[in-house]
Write a protein that binds this ligand. Structure first.
Ligand SMILES: C[S@@+](CC[C@H](N)C(=O)[O-])C[C@H]1O[C@@H](n2cnc3c(N)ncnc32)[C@H](O)[C@@H]1O
Length: 420
C-alpha cells in the first residue's frame, strides 16, 4: 500500500473498525467514499463487510480493483507475455522465500496459490530487469526520464517566484527504469494480453514501488530541489504484495472509478454505514499526488507526445488530469459534506477528522480547525436527535506539513444515526 499519503488511516484502522463494529454485522455494506490508499476499505474487507469504495483519484480505483473487489491471485500466462520463465524462476523463488514469514503471506503455504503467485513474481522480476531492447520499438519512449529527471529535455521549470532548474522527482537511472517498465505494460495492454485485474495489479505495484524511490517529502507537489533524498538513490525494485487480505473473503464489493463522491453517492445501493474521511485542508489531492494518477493513466494516454508537452508548473502536471474538489475549499466544505450525507442511503455515518496544524478553518471563522461547524452539522436535523457522539484520541502526527517534526494531534470520530 501507499504509505506516504496525507490522511492515510492505516495506523488507526483498528480503532475505527471497533466503532464500525458497534453498528454493523459481517456482510453488512459499508461505504468508504474517500478511500485514498484503500487502507480502510481493506480493513473493512478483512472484517467481513461488503465494501463500497471510491475516490476521485484513479490510482485508488486500480488499487480497489485488484486488492478489494478481486478475491483471487490472477493467473498470468507467461508464454503469452513473451517471458521465458526458466530465466527468472530462481530469482522469483528467492524473492518469495524472503517474504514467506512476513505478515500477509500465509497463503503461500497452499501449493496451488504458491504456484499462481510465483507466476506473478516472475512477471515482476522480468519487469524489474527489463531493458529498452525488450520493448517493441513502437512502444519505446522516455517521457519520465525526459520530464521528471534533471537530465531530461522536458524537465526545465521556472517557478512563479522566478526560481529555475530541472525537475528531480527521480534519479536519471530510475527515470529510465520507469519508462521501460511502463512501456512494456503499455505494449501488453495495447495488445490485450492482460485482464483488467492483471493490469490494475501491475500498475498498482509500480505506483507503490515508485513511491519508495521518489525524491519528495511525501507528496508530488514538489521535489527536493537541491539534493537527492537517500531513498531516491536506491534502484527501483518492484514490491511483492501480500495477498492474505485479498483472498480473505469471497464477498462482493462495489468500486467507483475516480468519481466525485457527490455524484457517486447517488448511484450506489443502500448501505448500513457511511465512513467519511474527507480532505482536511486546501490541498487538492489530484495535484499533490498527480504522479500516482499519471502512472495509472500512462498506458491509456493516446498521444503521449502531446500530453507531456502540455505539463505545467514546477511539478510538471498536465492539468487535464486535475480535479478541483469542493471538499478542499473552506467555504464549501460543510455545504458539500451536508449534501453528501443528505444524499446517502445509509443508516449510520462515521466521519474521521483530525486537528493537525495544517488545517484551515472549515466554513467558519472560529479558530477551532472547523470542529464546531462539524458538530453543528452532526447535531442538525439530518440526524436522529441524541444520536451524535464525538470520540477523540491523541496520536503523533508524522505527516505534519512540510516538516519531519512529529507533533501531537487529536484524531476525532464524529458518529450519528441518520433520520429515516
Ligand atoms: C483524507 S484522504 C482519505 C485517506 C484514506 N482514508 C486513506 O486511508 O488513504 C481524502 C481523500 O478524498 C479524496 N477526495 C477529495 N475530494 C473528493 C471528491 N470530491 N470525491 C471523491 N474523492 C475526493 C482525495 O483524493 C483523498 O484521497
Amino acid at each position: 500500500m501507499i504509505q506516504r499519503y496525507l490522511g492515510n488511516k492505516n495506523s488507526i484502522a483498528d480503532y475505527i473498525l471497533r466503532e464500525v463494529g458497534r453498528f454493523c454485522q459481517p456482510r453488512d455494506i459499508v461505504c468508504d467514499i474517500f478511500s485514498g490508499t484503500i487502507s480502510m476499505s481493506m480493513a473493512l474487507k478483512r472484517s467481513g463487510y461488503r465494501v463500497i469504495s471510491n475516490d476521485i483519484s484513479i490510482f485508488s480505483y486500480h488499487y480497489a480493483n485488484c486488492y478489494l473487489r478481486n478475491n483471487t491471485i490472477p493467473n498470468f500466462d507467461l508464454g503469452i507475455l513473451g517471458i521465458d520463465s526458466t530465466e527468472y524462476e530462481k530469482m522469483a523463488q528467492e524473492a518469495i522465500n524472503i517474504k514467506k514469514s512476513e505478515t500477509g503471506f500465509s497463503f503461500l503455504n497452499k501449493q496451488n496459490l504458491y504456484e499462481l503467485y510465483k507466476k506473478l513474481v516472475i512477471v515482476l522480476v522480468y519487469l524489474e530487469n527489463i531493458e529498452t531492447k525488450d520493448v517493441d520499438k513502437k512502444y519505446v519512449g522516455k517521457y519520465f526520464y525526459d520530464t521528471y529527471t534533471e537530465e531530461g529535455k522536458n524537465s526545465y521549470f521556472r517557478s512563479l517566484r522566478g526560481t529555475e532548474g530541472h525537475r528531480r522527482f527521480f534519479t536519471p537511472s530510475n527515470g529510465k527504469r520507469i519508462d521501460n517498465i511502463l512501456n512494456k505494460i503499455r505494449e501488453w495492454n495495447d495488445n490485450h494480453l492482460l485482464t483488467e485485474v492483471q493490469y490494475s495489479l501491475l500498475i498498482s505495484i509500480v505506483c507503490e514501488s515508485i513511491e519508495k524511490i521518489s525524491n519528495t517529502q511525501g507528496t508530488y507537489h514538489d521535489f527536493q530541489r537541491d539534493i537527492y533524498d537517500e531513498r531516491a538513490l536506491h534502484d527501483l525494485t518492484l514490491r511483492i504484495p501480500p495477498f492474505d487480505d485479498v483472498i480473505s473473503t469471497q464477498n462482493e464489493h462495489i468500486i467507483g472509478k475516480a468519481q466525485d463522491s457527490l455524484r457517486f453517492i447517488k448511484e450506489i445501493p443502500n448501505h448500513k454505514l457511511l465512513y467519511l474521511d474527507p480532505p482536511y485542508n486546501f490541498r487538492q489531492y489530484t495535484s499533490y499526488y498527480f504522479m500516482l494518477n499519471l502512472i495509472c493513466n500512462y498506458c491509456t494516454i493516446k498521444d503521449l507526445k502531446k500530453y507531456f508537452k502540455n505539463v505545467q508548473f514546477v511539478r510538471g502536471q498536465n492539468m487535464d488530469d486535475d480535479f478541483d474538489s469542493t471538499f478542499c475549499k473552506s467555504d464549501k466544505f460543510i455545504e458539500s459534506l451536508k449534501q453528501l450525507i443528505k444524499d446517502a442511503k445509509t443508516q449510520y455515518v462515521i466521519m474521521s477528522y483530525y486537528d493537525g496544524r495544517n488545517h484551515e478553518n472549515k466554513g467558519t471563522n472560529r479558530k477551532d480547525n472547523g470542529i464546531a461547524a462539524i458538530i453543528d452539522l452532526f447535531e442538525s436535523d439530518i440526524f436522529k436527535a441524541g444520536s451524535f457522539e464525538q470520540l477523540a484520541f491523541e496520536r503523533t502526527n508524522y505527516q505534519s506539513f512540510q516538516g519531519h517534526t512529529a507533533d501531537k494531534c487529536n484524531e476525532y470520530l464524529f458518529i450519528a444515526e441518520k433520520k429515516k
